[in-house]
Design a protein around this ligand. Structure first.
Ligand code: NDP
Length: 481
């Protein structure tokens, strides 16, 4: 594959190899073929990456915001020009269908770079007038060197969602992809250099959790942004807290989708399909607890089954395929374990349940109750739990009975109810009559155990910068002695 990166790490503007690091096999999950090998970062590689980021950040922050923005927009353009090759690589890295990656990954990364590139020139402070000619002005300053740690489901998007606001604010970033999907972020690093980002401003180091932990505990790192599971989030947040670092935590969920009797059935079924089976269900914000009001339940399930007949599995590099394998054998095993648990605990297997290789069929359990494991734990695979309810109050109460709070949705033709229900749902990102749309203009993130901070939108600027307040006195200093 000619678009493959040429070494494991990208440090100080160039590829870097250190074969002393543990070998990590990169596997194309459709064939099981090893398509690349990377080495985990040694302490020396980690040190070089952070040291180059410290130097790079000084040059980068000294540029004007508009100049930084122009470079980020250029990077977005290069990504778009290379969308096909980047999408093919994303599909090799993750196993997600090319049909998806062509429209959802590099393009979403480019959107972020374009958006934050556009904002970079407008990041200014305030002038605050006081009595007697005194005044305060504020400056929005970068944090310094940030660490990004990514999950394996959207490797290009996660790298860009972190890099775009970080770099727009004048920070440098050291990014560690998941060891399952190490390739895509390296291509983004190449593109940053091509676009004119100075060496050291965006570095990529490979490795497992220990490399993430080394970044999170290095005193030169000012902020850690993690996309990952809640248990990892707890560890990384605690490590960052010990040194009072800033954090953004984009963690897991078990999000509810509430379908009322008056909903448009096609829209609700479409939302449930997108929110459970896109990327083979490996999406943090998925609406995996689908609460359907009793009056519409049979119609909903019937249309769901009919539409699932249009699932096409096969080699994800084939553009006609719309449903791919799980990212890894480990993840496929986790998901089939949950399917077995659903059966054991008495849920009705309404559709799917089979596994062939690493492809786990889109699976729907009906008659699920709140106490079942499949209704409580994040599965991170194509398993939908359908639960039924009588009225609005009950649906809201049960929807909120979870430690998570990433996302939620309501399907209804009554918009007053839509707003009322969304107000009552404990979730950071909500939808009315759609699911899983996450445009860069909208804040994205969770409440409760699902996270801290927001990605995307103007909100992200506050999470990658800090305010300096400067008091300027016009008169004498009035000291008591
Ligand atoms: P993990 O939490 O297992 O890993 C996330 C990243 O953290 C990986 O790069 C991992 O390295 C690294 N890591 C693991 N342990 C540590 C540690 N002690 N210190 C620092 N870094 C560490 O998540 P997955 O990769 O399995 O991804 C799935 C999870 O991510 C799901 O829970 C999902 O909901 C969540 N997610 C959240 C999103 C959001 O925006 N809210 C979006 C996408 C996913 P390695 O894996 O290489 O060992």
């Amino acid at each position: 594959m000619k678009q493959q990166p040429t070494a494991s790490h990208f440090v100080n503007g160039a590829y870097l190899e250190d074969t002393a690091g543990t070998v990590i096999d990169v596997i194309y999950s459709w064939t099981g073929e090893v398509i690349a090998k990377v080495h985990s970062a040694t302490p020396d590689v980690i040190d070089q990456a952070i040291a180059s980021a410290v130097e790079g950040q000084k040059k980068w922050a000294a540029m004007s915001g508009a100049e930084r923005g122009r470079i980020l927009v250029r990077a977005a353009n290069v990504i778009r020009e290379n969308n096909h090759a980047l999408s093919v690589l994303e599909t090799y890295d993750t196993g997600k269908p090319l049909q998806e990656t062509l429209v959802a990954d590099a393009t979403s990364g480019a959107d972020a770079l374009e958006y934050f590139g556009g904002l970079a020139g407008s990041l200014t402070g305030e002038y605050i007038p006081l009595a007697d000619g005194d005044f305060v002005y504020t400056k929005r300053e970068p944090l310094g060197v940030c660490a990004g740690i990514g999950a394996w489901n959207y490797p290009t998007q996660i790298a860009c969602w972190k890099a775009a606001p970080a770099l727009a604010c004048g920070n440098a970033l050291v990014f560690k992809p998941s060891e399952t999907t190490p390739l895509c972020a390296l291509k983004i690093a190449e593109i940053m250099i091509e676009a004119g980002v100075p060496a050291g401003v965006f570095n990529v180091v490979q490795g497992l959790g220990d490399v993430g932990a080394a970044l999170a505990t290095d005193p030169r790192i000012a902020k850690v942004s993690l996309t990952g599971s809640v248990p990892t989030g707890r560890k990384v947040y605690a490590a960052a807290a010990a040194q009072m670092k800033h954090v953004t935590m984009e963690l897991g969920g078990k999000s509810p989708m509430l379908v009322f009797d008056d909903a448009d059935v096609e829209a609700a079924v479409g939302g449930a399909i997108l929110g459970n089976f896109y990327s083979s269900g490996q999406v943090c914000s998925n609406g995996t607890r689908v609460f359907v009001q009793k009056g519409i339940k049979q119609k909903f399930l019937q249309r769901l089954k009919e539409r699932l007949a249009d699932v096409v599995t096969g080699d994800p590099q084939d553009e006609s395929v719309n449903f791919g394998p799980m990212v890894s054998a480990r993840q496929a095993d986790i998901v089939t374990g949950y399917i077995a648990k659903g059966r054991e605990e008495g849920a009705t297997l309404f559709a799917g349940g089979e596994r062939e290789g690493l492809v786990v069929a889109p699976t729907v359990f009906s008659d699920v109750t709140d106490d079942m494991t499949i209704a409580r734990e994040e599965i991170f695979g194509p398993v939908m739990a359908v639960l039924d309810f009588e009225d609005e109050e009950e649906a809201i109460r049960r929807a909120n009975e979870t430690e998570f709070g990433l996302s939620a949705a309501v399907f209804t033709k009554d918009l007053a109810r839509g707003h009322r229900v969304v107000d009552a749902l404990e979730a950071g990102t909500c939808w009315i009559n759609t699911y899983n749309l996450a445009p860069v203009e909208a804040p994205f993130g969770g409440v409760k155990a699902s996270g801290i901070g927001r990605e995307n939108s103007k909100e992200a600027i506050g999470h990658y910068s800090q305010v300096k307040s400067v008091y300027v006195a016009a008169g004498d200093v009035d000291a008591p002695y």
